[in-house]
Design a protein around this ligand. Structure first.
Ligand code: TXA
Ligand code: MG
Length: 337
């Protein structure tokens, strides 16, 4: 174990750094390594090693019915994992992969039922982070990786976030800095008619997908009988309740309570600055996405009675941000993105 002080003064317990050789060695031994991606950090293990995959489920405390995304370095490396690859999928892959897009495709026999939780479809993705791409190129197996947070909590967007929650259980965190996109990948599959179906809104906007694949169907979240595990409505903590609405009105209603605020462009008068997260003063959706999860964590660390939040316009990445805010505010079955 190495102990040293991170710039934010947090003491790291897990070893962490940018040593791809060490990360590759650990992964070849069947151990787990946290990896940076452009979306969020992943908790990675050898997707072809059932013991390593089992370890991912147990470290994350994730139910075994919730399948894992398989990460590879290139489109060529997707081919052996799938038994069909629709033309629109190939087109999207050539334009947007590496990038924040995950494809749900019929799996080949190479992929174990363990990774897909028994589903005949496998989720594949090429992350756009130089360290992780180099790591994946070095390895001769793909990496199964869910977001590197305990099940039901906010996804990590820095190595320090990973360390705080899973550091004790990990031999190595590959530190790639702050995630450039900041929310999870967009997950798409194909319906019987060949239409693209969006299962999770994420870092790639629906507009960009529709430009290539035509009108898509967006699956609603459901708290009962979901068709795919990623679709449950989520109550995933912050531990303080998240309340959505008009910020000025909410602030009046909750005056006198210790509340925090997540706003898009402008703060709310009368609430201390340190309890306010303004996602993007210039109204840039990409900046807002990048700041969202870290902002939620900052507020959550303050031990507030409630977090007031407002929705963004329903366009571009605003839609994925709103999805995360709504899930943070939802009560019901615990799941995650
Ligand atoms: O951006 C991301 O996608 C990040 C980074 C680390 O790649 N990963 C991520 O993984 O968000 P995770 O496991 O936290 O979320 C993946 C979602 C889950 O809701 C899971 O149920 C769904 O994808 N999923 C994975 N494989 C699936 C499959 N074969 N069929 C249906 N849903 C699947
Ligand atoms: Mg997750």
């Amino acid at each position: 174990m190495t102990y040293f002080v991170h710039p934010n003064s947090y003491i790291f317990v897990a070893q962490h750094g940018t040593d791809i050789t060490q990360a590759a060695r650990l992964l070849r031994e069947g151990q787990l390594v946290a990896i940076p991606t452009e979306t969020v950090y992943g908790l990675a293990g050898n997707a072809m090693d059932e013991q390593a995959v089992g370890r991912i489920f147990s470290v994350k405390n994730r139910p075994s019915f919730d399948p894992l995304i398989v990460h590879v370095a290139s489109v060529e490396r997707i081919l052996p994992l799938v038994s069909d690859f629709p033309d629109t999928g190939r087109e999207l892959a050539s334009l947007y992969m590496p990038g924040p897009l995950t494809l749900l495709l019929p799996k080949s026999r190479e992929v174990s039922d363990f990774v897909t939780a028994g589903s005949q479809r496998v989720a594949v993705r090429i992350p756009r982070h130089p360290l992780t791409l180099e790591l994946l190129e070095t390895l001769d197996f793909p990496l199964a990786a869910p977001s590197a947070n305990p099940f039901g909590y906010i996804s990590p967007t820095t190595a320090a976030h990973v360390e705080r929650q899973l550091g004790h259980a990990l031999p190595y965190i590959l530190d790639g800095g702050s995630c450039e996109v900041g929310i999870e990948s967009t997950i798409i599959g194909w319906g019987d008619s060949g239409q693209v179906v969006v299962y999770r809104k994420g870092g790639m906007s629906i507009e960009e997908i529709e430009n290539v694949a035509g009108p898509v169907k967006v699956m609603p979240h459901s708290s009962s009988r979901p068709d795919a595990p990623g679709m449950l409505a989520s109550h995933y903590a912050p531990s303080a309740p998240v309340l959505l609405g008009d910020l000025k009105e909410l602030a009046k209603e909750y005056a006198g309570q210790r509340i925090g605020v997540i706003s898009f462009r402008e703060g709310v008068d009368g609430i201390p600055e340190e309890r306010q997260v303004i996602l993007s003063k210039v109204g840039d959706y990409a900046e807002a996405a990048r700041r969202l999860f870290a902002g939620m964590r900052e507020l959550d660390a303050l031990g507030l009675e409630g977090i007031l939040a407002e929705l963004l316009p329903e366009e571009g990445l605003g839609r994925a941000i709103n999805d995360r805010l709504r899930r943070a505010a939802a009560t019901g079955e615990t799941t995650e993105f």
